[in-house]
Design a protein around this ligand. Structure first.
Ligand SMILES: [Zn+2]
Length: 382
């Protein structure tokens, strides 16, 4: 094992129920005096969004909103957001929402002063260094779900609306300056979204934990993140206003995203093309493919998951862990396969091709090939 790596855990996080009231202070810390609040269409008219705008307005920061954002945000949403940012003379973004609002908000701040197309900054080698670092506006992130962890990440996932590929856009300065993690914002999530986003957090922890790279800090964070999901996701799902469960899930989401600096794997490598082709919910898709990927990786991860099972209080080693994932999915009403998700006749060739170029595949403990990936995709059908 090579004992050399790059680690980064620098986000300032204001954690606690009711702390959305500190949004003006967070903007001040980030150097933002005229923020554009970016969220998705589904959140635009909800009371939590109105309240955030009220808080900004009362502090003299205006109440500018951009919400023309699709569930899987694309370059068209981004262009419209940049236009709103420039037209309004804004100096920073409040990225507000689940993964869609957070990812697009971060990109609006990043791209507002760039001249190259966003695809030039895909997370490939050092492409991020092509950006004009001095032209990047700051952002404050306010998660309203507990799953993506995008609030502590230096990248956004943007779907190319023409090729239907999901691209990871990376720059160190995309990292939010301040995060407000207020569990009260998550109590209104519909149960299916609580389930899907929570399983995204679990997938991040699981894949980071199983990736072969050297990152003991991530390893520990991923393990405790899985424990928090096991204890608190069923509670948050069953009792939406359980603030303690919601708070722990908010932590688990941030832990998953900090942990996956260590790498992701085949769960995400499959989920990205499936989501891009069929517009499925990201976290729910991860949950649907999770057991098939555990079977696929078994020989490489068995020892590690025996240890995880012991820490999580699961009997039966690898088999116990595997069964636990199935039971958790069932408890949360996760569909059993692609057909149950509404994908009756999936385009296997495109899913395989997408997985084989997805950067997440590089963290999978078993190398993905054309043949084994096709076999893995076939397992998702029944
Ligand atoms: Zn994810």
């Amino acid at each position: 094992m090579k004992l050399k790596a790059n680690w980064s855990y620098p986000t300032a996080i204001r954690f606690g129920a009711g702390r959305i009231a500190e949004l003006p202070g967070a903007c001040a810390d980030a150097g933002i005096s005229k923020p554009l609040l970016v969220t998705d269409r589904g959140l635009a008219d909800l009371p939590i969004t109105t309240r955030a705008l009220d808080i900004l307005e009362a502090a003299g920061l205006g109440r500018a909103l951009f919400a023309d954002v699709d569930p899987n945000p694309n370059e068209i949403n981004l262009a419209a957001g940049i236009e709103a940012f420039r037209a309004g003379g804004h100096d920073g973004v409040v990225a507000f929402g689940g993964g869609s609002g957070l990812d697009l908000g971060k990109m609006v701040a990043f791209m507002s002063g760039q001249t190259r197309p966003v695809w030039d900054f895909e997370d490939v080698s050092d492409w991020w260094s092509r950006a004009d670092g001095g032209a990047i506006a700051p952002n404050v992130a306010v998660p309203t779900t507990a799953g993506t962890g995008s609030e502590v990440g230096r990248a956004s996932v943007i779907t190319n609306s023409e090729s239907h590929e999901k691209k990871i856009i990376f720059h160190p300065a995309v990292l939010p300056s301040v995060v407000i993690a207020d569990a009260e914002l998550t109590v209104g999530m519909p149960p299916a979204i609580t389930a899907g986003t929570g399983m995204d957090a679990f997938a991040h922890c699981l894949e980071a934990y199983c990736s072969p790279f050297y990152h003991p800090m991530s390893q520990g964070i991923a393990l405790e993140g899985m424990r928090l999901v096991k204890e608190y996701l069923p509670r948050a799902y069953a009792t939406p206003d359980d603030l303690e469960a919601r708070a722990h899930m908010m932590s688990a989401a941030m832990m998953g995203a900090t942990a996956f600096q260590k790498g992701l794997g085949a769960i995400h490598a499959l989920s990205h093309p499936i989501g891009a082709l069929y517009n499925t919910h990201h976290g729910t898709t991860n949950a649907v493919v999770m057991q098939a990927v555990l079977r696929f990786n078994r020989a490489a991860v068995e020892d590690r998951l025996v240890e995880a099972a012991a820490y999580l209080g699961i009997d039966g080693g690898f088999d116990g862990f595997y069964a636990f994932v199935g039971e958790l999915n069932a408890t949360l009403g996760i569909p059993e396969n692609l057909a149950a998700m509404g994908i009756a006749d999936p385009d296997i060739d495109r899913i395989v091709a997408g997985a084989l170029v997805d950067p997440s595949r590089l963290g999978n403990p078993v190398t993905l090939s054309e043949d084994n990936t096709r076999a893995l995709v076939m397992e998702l059908l029944d």
